[in-house]
Design a protein around this ligand. Structure first.
Ligand code: HEC
Length: 158
């Protein structure tokens, strides 16, 4: 019985360590690291600045954007007609293998096969948004109750 208790003690002690350990790995998406991936893999052809098109279109605001919609960029027919939205999940598949997601794309990039690097890169791409694009919490709906002109209730008749 005693050794069983000791075993439970050991398990109870190790379980949280294992949990935190795996959380640390799962939480690997790191925008700062992704920025380095961007500069190493993408920046030769893509800008992270709004409205700056290079060999490829600006990737500012790309997350949530429709394929082929960056103004002033001359897309291939394949990209223009792909009719997909660049969600993180689609970007993940595209960056791994562009030709598979947009067959005939003129993006001359063989694919980034390291999933952790892709996750970091996409975390970085998600930061490329106009400030306040998602915010905009209004303060409407303030109650008009204060403006009530109702007379105070008369005192109760004992
Ligand atoms: C050698 C140049 C080159 C490299 C490197 C490159 N791209 Fe591209 N990219 C292009 C071109 C060119 C296009 C336009 C494709 C088309 O019109 O068919 C494009 C298109 C895209 C699109 C579609 C954008 C839209 O508005 O529809 C995304 C997303 C994209 N690239 C992401 C990336 C990412 C992320 C990397 C780095 C991992 C990368 N690209 C690396 C040249 C490149």
């Amino acid at each position: 019985m005693r050794s069983l208790a000791q075993r439970f003690g050991t398990v109870a002690l190790l379980a949280p360590i294992g949990l935190f350990g795996s959380l640390g790995i799962a939480r690997a998406a790191d925008a700062a690291a992704g920025k380095q991936v961007f500069h190493a893999q993408c920046a030769i052809c893509h800008s992270d600045q709004p409205g700056v098109n290079k060999i490829g279109p600006s990737l500012f605001g790309v997350v949530g954007r429709h394929t082929g919609s960056e103004p002033g960029y001359d897309y291939s027919v394949a990209n223009k007609n792909a009719n997909i939205v660049w969600t993180p999940a689609v970007l993940d598949r595209y960056i791994a293998d562009p030709q598979q997601v947009v067959p005939g794309t003129k993006m001359p990039y063989g694919g980034l096969h390291n999933a952790a690097k892709r996750a970091n890169l996409i975390a970085f791409l998600e930061t490329l948004q106009k400030p306040g694009a998602v915010a905009g919490v209004g303060t409407a709906g303030k109650s008009a109750a204060a403006a009530s002109g109702l007379p105070a209730k008369g005192r109760s008749n004992g």
